[in-house]
Design a protein around this ligand. Structure first.
Ligand code: BJW
Length: 245
């Protein structure tokens, strides 16, 4: 059982003009997608995800990194959005303004029906040339990774690795929504990876309430106005029910 939804928080959501949300891997955990800092399973249990999601790892062993993403792409393809993703669709439907920024590359928010989604760390379903950054369809191409038909460089997933810049339009949208919103939700993220981890502070600096939804404590917890301590698939439907039910 997670923590109860305070009445004041339910009223704040019901009355919010613009709701801004940041999600991380935890929102997809109940869909069977492992979080980033969870132990990996099977073949991949010997590896730390943080050590594979880097340009250095790809340069050192492109096959290893490509195969890890192939494994994850397949896992994500089999996953279904859960009650947490669906609750955010409901908030978008009810609130006059809504912006969802996600650090996830799994596409589950869009598959659930969310429309206004900024994908800060890219998408595992897209593949690009590692040199030209042009989109390439890898189907039918041999090699792990396959080579770009245009220039011969390796193809890679269109995701943001450590040390790489985030897509400017997406991160700018996340920061401006945090500045302008009247309620901010941080859901299922360890709040460790920058610059996404700084986004809720824009809301706090503007005096806007920040709600954290997470079964565990994070560096954001002491600053949050409300903490819903529990899984997103339980806590977000409870919040939606209390606000709009
Ligand atoms: C549940 C739950 C349930 C469980 N319900 N919750 C300033 C200070 C220090 C360092 C830096 C800094 N600025 C930049 C850096 C460096 C670096 C960084 O932040 N390092 C930190 C480790 C310290 N940042 C970068 O390098 C970024 N780039 C950058 O800043 O570029 C600057 C630049 C500018 C101009 C030119 C060049 C460069 C890029 C960061 C990219 C991160 N990429 C990854 C991989 C994406 C692709 C992929 O998926 O493979 O993104 S790493 C990984 O971490 C992934 C995630 O999106 C991200 C965040 O993880 P997340 O989502 O929080 O997941 P977890 O696993 O950490 O946490 C899960 C949470 O869920 C936990 O809290 C659980 O309790 C909870 N949970 N079940 C709700 N049911």
């Amino acid at each position: 059982m997670g923590s109860p939804v305070p009445r004041e928080l339910a009223a704040a959501l019901a009355g919010a003009r613009l709701v801004a949300v940041m999600t991380g891997a935890g929102i997809s955990a109940e869909s069977g997608v492992p979080t980033f800092r969870d132990a990996q399973t099977g073949l991949w249990e010997r590896y730390e995800p943080q050590d594979l999601a880097t340009p250095e790892a790809f340069a050192r062993d492109p096959r290893l990194v490509w195969e890890w993403y192939e494994w994850r792409r397949e896992l994500v393809g089999r996953a279904e959005p859960n009650a947490g993703h669906e609750a955010l669709v409901e908030i978008e439907r009810r609130a006059p303004g809504f912006t969802l920024a996600t650090q996830n590359v799994d596409g589950l928010h869009r598959r659930a029906g969310s429309r206004q989604v900024a994908e800060l760390h890219g998408s595992i379903s897209r593949t690009v040339c590692s040199e030209e950054r042009t989109a390439v369809d890898p189907r039918g191409l041999d090699g792990k990774p396959p080579r770009c038909p245009g220039c011969g460089a390796f193809l890679r997933p269109d995701v943001v690795w450590f040390g790489e810049p985030l897509p400017p339009g997406e991160i700018d949208l996340a920061f401006s929504a945090a500045r302008e919103c009247d309620l901010f939700l941080s859901v299922g993220t360890s709040s460790l990876v920058q610059p996404a981890a700084s986004v809720p502070y824009e809301a706090l600096y503007s005096g806007t309430p920040v709600v954290e939804v997470n079964p565990e404590e994070t560096p954001l917890t002491p600053h949050a106005s409300h903490v819903l301590r529990g899984p997103a698939g339980e806590m977000l439907p409870a919040l939606v029910g209390a606000a709009y039910g």
